[in-house]
Ligand binder design. Structure first.
Ligand code: 26M
Length: 817
């Protein structure tokens, strides 16, 4: 008789144990008695995947029925974090899985620790994509995330004996991954290079010089309590021809082998730059590779087996969101398919394309905007360059029709002087453009894309970023989650985060404040243990945990934080500040620098050496400590954030598009010290000005100072500032060598491109206010509670709802609970 089909939600603990033992035997070839944590990790992952399989298949079927327009999220990066805890949470039977593992004699935490996170992104943009696919699944929106399966993710950061960052390859697939599934049934071909010819009937046709196989690796994206499991489809490159060994002579054989390796190099490694554009050919190859494969996939999904699909319905079947300009080449690819392959005229093709795409901009830094060299693009994608030229001409024409001046039209040129401006292409050839926080969207309209916004105001909108509370609250902070659930009486807040508002009425309840403070304290103890275990560093859970975690960039101003630390150190050493009344502080940094960004790497070295000096100075009695978390990533973020008292969001106003860790901190009850930048503005509005430590210049102040900024005048007039910079220049943090940090100090005194010196005094002063506020523990905890209670807005579920309402104009599938 047939084995009874197990309905995943009704599975019992005993059945789960049997399934895990079976998975150990079948997929690992070991008995329960032989199994170690690694075996158990793979077995539990396999079983949890199996539990989700039916929902996955059903979600795909419903998505493809096409009754509700689907979303295709195109992103070169997904910074996923570990999969197992999230999959268990969304399995429908988390308690049973936990109990089963325990009863089999294993510690689930230890089993989960085996997983290596897929670091397929740099920072905020990649993590946002991961939060968005989580929310799409939770809200039952029919969606597919498309991206690149890099063999090597973001580098693993190590510090050498001098405190320098050393980049180590992140071969995250070293032991394989139980979460991905190669899907050869849906592989695609992608061409590159070659020439464009005119056929007999006068059509343009691209003859690529070479082709790649694009193999999709599929990941489940389980929704929370939605009964839905979405798909993340990551493409991997392979060579097309398995060459025939017998026909090759030796030298051809070697060439052929080279060809294979070269093909596979396309998806070999993630570029670790996230703030300056570098026009590398391989990067464009990556972009086109995944964009073309994703479009081909979507067309074949929605028009299966059709040789002449009615592509005028394409924008009703799927809408593509371009996560920054990295996938913008998809616009030219769709045009090429519509005109060259499916025979549409230019106007029809352009109208379909415009209705298909929308574009999210994530930056304000001009040096981060992608501008491709036309020669490079023409060699790789000759037909696409031709199409872009045509779009560029169409755009100029359309702009004139809308009344733009010749000068403005010139400024808005997509293709000119041998350069292709991808942000302009995305703006003209899509329906909507959005920034990622209110202030950012406003600045896009006022500065970066002003000419376009003046002409096409209705194109522009805002969608403030958000974060998933499942990973960043429920999984990262189980203690606070439990307290919230007990207090609110249900777990509904996890997919309706505005319910956190219900905590507000306990902000003056001493019982509740005590519990809230106890949660924070326990999280700090856990974090201190983890730090001891993993980095051998000891910190005091009774000190204030003051955290700055983000990519290292001058605009984010880790240097300003460091100057404050050194100034404090000087004051404590000189007795200007009394060590006995000083509030003990642990300053926690976590940051990776782009390998080619010299100033960022020098800053890392300096942080490490300030830590060395400060932490080893007995005069401080351990009251000021600096720790630099090695290899900051999603996994460590989940440990640091719940343990933080004070969150540092101190970028120069007008530079940080949004920030998303600021949201994670607020939800977890940390208090923020920050400038009026990015989403800080909205966080402060919601949690209340009295629960947010604001300082620094506003965007208008920065604009006024721009052009006649003289950092040296601040250096000369502020003794704390001068003392801190002079300490660095004296060799205090370089074993007496005054040259080690010369570039760093000279840059600050003479250039200071992000005006750290101008904001330094206010920053010092607000830190004194923070220290004073922290003395009243209950008042501090109350601020934390009010941060948690009022950050419901910052769930990525709300961001996705905003995209549905403002950009995608689509809705959800029925939820299948
Ligand atoms: C581009 C070309 C070549 C190689 C890499 C890139 C590249 C990769 C990532 C450029 C930028 C990248 O990311 C930028 C980023 O992370 N921006 C951040 O996006 C967050 C989500 O919207 C915001 O919260 C941050 O403020 C913003 O800095």
């Amino acid at each position: 008789s047939q084995k009874e089909h197990i309905v995943s939600d009704e599975i019992t603990r005993e059945q789960l144990k049997d399934e895990i033992i079976a998975a150990l035997r079948h997929s690992r070839g070991v008995s329960l008695a032989e199994a170690n944590n690694e075996d158990m990790y793979v077995a539990v992952s396999t079983v949890v995947r199996n539990l989700l399989a039916d929902k996955w298949i059903e979600t795909r079927e419903d998505t493809l029925k096409g009754n509700t327009k689907a979303v295709g999220y195109l992103s070169a990066e997904y910074l996923l974090g570990t999969q197992l805890p999230n999959a268990i949470l969304n399995s429908g039977v988390p308690q049973k899985v936990e109990a089963a593992v325990k009863e089999l004699g294993f510690d689930l935490n230890a089993v989960e620790d085996v997983e290596v996170e897929p670091g397929l992104g740099n920072g905020g943009l990649g993590r946002l994509a991961a939060c968005f696919i989580d929310s799409l699944a939770t809200k039952a929106v029919p969606a597919i995330g498309y991206g690149i399966r890099y063999t090597y993710g973001i580098f693993r950061q190590e510090f050498d004996k001098d405190g320098n960052q050393v980049e180590r390859p992140d071969y995250w697939l070293y032991k394989g991954s139980p979460w991905e599934q190669a899907n050869y049934r849906r592989e695609q071909r992608v061409g590159m290079g070659g020439v464009v010819v005119t056929t007999k009937d006068g059509k343009r046709e691209w003859k690529p010089a070479w082709q790649f196989r694009a193999i999709p690796y599929d990941y489940m994206v389980p929704g929370y309590e939605s009964g839905r499991v979405g798909t993340l489809r990551l493409w991997s490159a392979k060579a097309v021809d398995e060459f025939d060994l017998l026909t090759f002579n030796r030298s051809q054989y070697e060439d052929a082998v080279k060809g294979q390796t070269w093909a596979e190099s396309i998806t070999k490694v993630l570029y670790p730059e996230d703030s300056t554009y570098v026009g590398k050919q391989l990067r464009l190859e990556q972009q086109y590779f995944f964009s073309a494969a994703s479009l081909a996939d979507a067309i074949s999904l929605f028009y299966p087996g059709e040789e002449h699909p009615d592509m005028t319905t394409f924008p009703d079947k799927i809408t593509f969101q371009l996560n920054d300009t990295h996938p913008v080449i998809a616009i030219a690819e769709l045009m090429r398919l519509l005109i060259d392959k499916y025979g549409y005229d230019w106007d029809t093709a352009f109208s379909i394309t415009q209705r298909t795409f929308n574009y999210t901009c994530h930056t304000l830094l001009p040096e981060a905007l992608e501008v491709w060299d036309a020669k490079l693009m023409g060699e790789l994608l000759p037909r696409h360059l031709e199409i872009i030229e045509q779009i560029s001409d169409w755009a100029a024409h359309d702009q004139a029709k809308h009344g733009a001046s010749p000068e403005a039209i010139e400024r808005m040129r997509i293709y000119s002087n041998g350069r292709v401006r991808m942000a302009y292409l995305a703006t003209m050839a899509g329906s909507h453009v959005n920034g990622v926080a209110e202030l950012h969207s406003q600045l896009l309209k006022d500065i970066t894309l002003k000419d376009f916004a003046d002409l096409y105001p209705s194109k522009f909108t805002n969608v403030t970023n958000g974060v998933t509370p499942r990973r960043f609250m429920r999984l990262a902070n189980p203690r606070l989650s439990e307290l919230v659930t007990k207090t609110l009486g249900s777990e509904e807040w996890l997919n309706d985060l505005e319910q956190l508002k219900g905590l507000e009425k306990y902000a003056d309840d001493p019982q509740f404040l005590k519990k809230f403070a106890e949660v924070k304290h326990q999280n700090k103890v856990d974090f201190a243990d983890w730090l001891k275990r993993t980095q051998g560093v000891e910190i005091d859970p009774n000190s204030m945990f003051d955290t700055m975690i983000k990519r290292l960039h001058e605009y984010k101003r880790q240097s300003m934080k460091l100057l404050q630390v050194i100034a404090l150190y000087n004051q404590l050493k000189s007795g200007q500040r009394d060590i006995n009344t000083f509030q003990a502080r642990t300053v926690i940094f976590g940051a990776k620098a782009a390998p080619g960004y010299a100033m960022a790497k020098l800053t890392i070295r300096l942080i490490n050496n300030v830590a060395r000096v400060v932490n080893n100075d007995p005069a401080l009695q351990g009251k000021l400590r600096v720790v630099f978390i090695e290899n900051y990533n999603v996994t460590s973020a989940q440990r640091i954030i719940p343990a933080t008292d004070l969150d540092e969001q101190i970028s120069l106003a007008g530079k940080e598009a949004s920030g998303t860790s600021n949201m994670k901190f607020a939800i977890n009850g940390a208090v923020t010290v920050g400038t009026l930048d990015g989403a800080n503005v909205e966080i402060r509005e919601r949690v209340g000005a009295e629960n947010f430590f604001l300082f620094g210049m506003k965007v208008e102040d920065v604009e006024k100072l721009d052009g006649n900024y003289n950092p040296r005048s601040y250096y000369e007039s502020d003794p704390d500032l001068k003392g801190a910079i002079d300490a660095i220049a004296s060799g205090m943090f370089s074993y007496g060598d005054p040259n080690t940090y010369k570039e760093f100090t000279e840059n600050l005194i003479n250039k200071d491109p992000f005006m750290a010196l101008a904001d330094f005094r206010e920053y010092m002063d607000i830190q004194d206010k923070i220290e004073a506020a922290y003395q009243d523990k209950q008042a501090w905890t109350r601020m934390g509670v009010l941060n948690t209670a009022n950050s419901g807005f910052f769930t990525s579920d709300r961001s996705i709802q905003d995209y549905l309402d403002r950009v995608w104009m689509t809705g959800s599938l029925p939820q299948h609970k």
